[in-house]
Design a protein. Structure first.
Length: 115
């Protein structure tokens, strides 16, 4: 089992920045990839970014050039640095870890970008 706890969400003006964190615990060695998804009101949950154990990063087109993803192995923490935020980035952001045929989700953190 892997437990994920997100933090760092909040209210920010358009053009601003936020950094989300996802603290992982449990069977961390089983994780092959870890990343972020988001869900806006009335919309499907969508992929944002991920990083593999090999350090490969993948981003959704909508956030490329604005968001970066990084992982601190010593702290078992994943980060999502979000710059140049837009109102359409408003959503609940979820951390997801995958490995050994399992997917684990955090409880989510709200990001609201005002125009």
């Amino acid at each position: 089992q892997v437990q994920l706890v997100e933090s760092g969400g909040g209210l920010v003006q358009a053009g601003g920045s936020l950094r989300l964190s996802c603290a992982a615990s449990g069977s961390i060695s089983s994780i092959n990839a870890i990343g972020w998804y988001r869900q806006a009101p009335g919309k499907e949950r969508e992929f944002v970014a991920l990083i593999t154990n090999g350090g490969v990063t993948i981003f959704a087109d909508s956030v490329k050039g604005r968001f970066t993803i990084s992982r601190d192995h010593a702290k078992n923490t994943l980060y999502l640095q979000m710059n140049t935020l837009k109102p359409e980035d408003t959503a609940v952001y979820y951390c997801k870890a995958s490995g050994s045929g399992q997917n684990y989700w955090g409880q989510g953190t709200q990001v609201t970008v005002s125009s």
